[in-house]
Design a protein around this ligand. Structure first.
Ligand code: SF4
Length: 141
């Protein structure tokens, strides 16, 4: 699956949930997106829910900012690095992020970074429209 198709599908899922939460406050919305609640009430939001797994091993995992607003992607590639196409990177150069180098492409690996799953980060840039938070993430938007 390309980054763009995942992004579009995820935006739809997010919007659908937010419609249900129209009458809740911002804090209540963020609370709703805690992992434990999402597993129970939004089983289709993330494929890991069915396996009862978390993407990151943390006690208070919040799913509102899946994906991360610091992520940058371009399915066509931003540039070439050692002959491989750079498809994604972290705009803040998080010390917990890595580059994953494949045969033809380089991808951002966020598996060790918990930044977007913390409530404090979510609250700082909170908007009810996920696409507005993510407006810098996708190069062609
Ligand atoms: S490394 Fe961390 S801060 Fe950077 S894009 Fe990935 S999750 Fe976001």
């Amino acid at each position: 699956m390309s980054y763009a198709s995942w992004f579009e599908e995820h935006a739809k899922k997010h919007t659908k949930i937010m419609k249900k939460l129209e009458n809740r406050s911002d804090d209540e919305v963020i609370e709703y997106f805690t992992y434990e609640n999402m597993v129970k009430n939004e089983p289709d939001f993330c494929p890991l829910y069915a396996k009862n797994k978390k993407c990151h091993d943390m006690d208070e995992l919040n799913c509102y900012l899946c994906a991360c607003s610091n992520f940058r992607f371009d399915d066509a590639g931003f540039k070439k690095i050692d002959g491989k196409s750079l498809k994604s990177y972290c705009s803040i150069g998080s010390k917990d992020g890595r580059q994953l180098k494949g045969k033809d492409a380089v991808h951002q690996d966020c598996s060790k970074c918990t930044v977007p799953h913390k409530k404090s980060f979510i609250k700082k840039g909170f908007k009810r429209d996920w696409l507005l938070i993510m407006k810098e993430v996708r190069k062609d938007l």
